[in-house]
Design a protein around this ligand. Structure first.
Ligand SMILES: [Zn+2]
Ligand SMILES: [Zn+2]
Length: 132
């Protein structure tokens, strides 16, 4: 397996991730990438997404109890996640992040980054909750 081929695969995966703004799961990206690389496996897509996240070209959105999602937008921004279906959307127009706490007030940890996530009901789930 040549380095060039790996890079091309990863580029296609990154392009697909950047072109959709739904915070897709590895499965979603796999579906899209297969249009270009019909024989690519889900495992390969997953590994490449992980590498992209580790190198700072993508963001992994981890949340206990829900599926791992990826974001091609690496600019700091906030997310809202639907409590029912798990859909994730960007939240626009909120003030910039608070400065991180220092030293003892950070529980003795050195802070690397901050993650704020809102939880709510998406349009669809809100509507069906209303219909009940
Ligand atoms: Zn929902
Ligand atoms: Zn996002």
């Amino acid at each position: 397996m040549s380095q060039t081929r790996m890079t091309r695969q990863r580029m296609i995966i990154l392009n697909e991730l950047r072109s959709c703004h739904t915070h897709p799961t590895a499965e979603d990206i796999h579906d899209r990438v297969r249009a270009h690389l019909p024989s690519i496996s889900l495992g390969t897509v997953y590994r490449n997404l992980e590498l992209l996240a580790r190198s700072g070209q993508a963001v992994m959105l981890e949340h206990a109890g829900s599926r791992l999602r990826f974001d091609g937008n690496t600019m700091p921004h906030r997310h809202v996640r639907c409590a029912v279906c798990g859909r994730v959307a960007d939240v626009e127009g909120l003030p910039a992040d608070m400065p991180p706490p220092e030293g003892a007030s950070a529980g003795g940890f050195s802070i690397l980054s901050m993650r704020v996530e809102y939880v709510g009901l998406c349009d669809e789930c809100g509507r069906s909750a209303h219909d009940l």
